[in-house]
Design a protein around this ligand. Sequence first.
Ligand code: ATP
Ligand code: MG
Length: 141
Amino acid sequence: MERVVITEGPEETVALGEELAAELRPGDVVALVGELGSGKTTLVQGIARGLFVTDIVSSASFVLARTYRGKLPLHHLDAYRIGSPEELFEVGLDRYLPPEEGITVVEWADRIYDLIPKEALWITIEFLDGDRRKITLRRRP
Ligand SMILES: Nc1ncnc2c1ncn2[C@@H]1O[C@H](COP(=O)(O)OP(=O)(O)OP(=O)(O)O)[C@@H](O)[C@H]1O
Ligand SMILES: [Mg+2]
């Protein structure tokens, strides 16, 4: 089962994330795939808004992971700088895959594909012309 959404700008991607947040349940993992600057963090900002997170969600790249408090805890992971799946275990991030509490969103999830739970929701963001993005949501890539 697949859903495709075209967004015309960042606000629409945020709105999609917000809508999605309402459907997420504790223990869910959202796996994001898309090139640099495609809008992964922007979508996470929408999910955060939908979970009533008040802190500002920024790129997690430099810290690998960050947890925000909202209606549910939101664990924001970024696999961009993770050299290997082993490294993820070394720093203990496997505890978020899946999380005991709250929701995990992973940017660059394709880089740690084998570590993503089978039940995860995969979201791929592709560039179209200008500010348009093609966002595909599916249970399995
Ligand atoms: N339709 C759109 N959806 C999302 N972002 C958009 C859209 N159109 C333009 N943008 C812009 O594209 C950029 C997306 O940046 P963002 O940090 O979300 O990407 P990213 O995929 O997380 O990048 P990175 O791989 O560096 O983590 C923002 O500057 C945003 O304003
Ligand atoms: Mg990002």
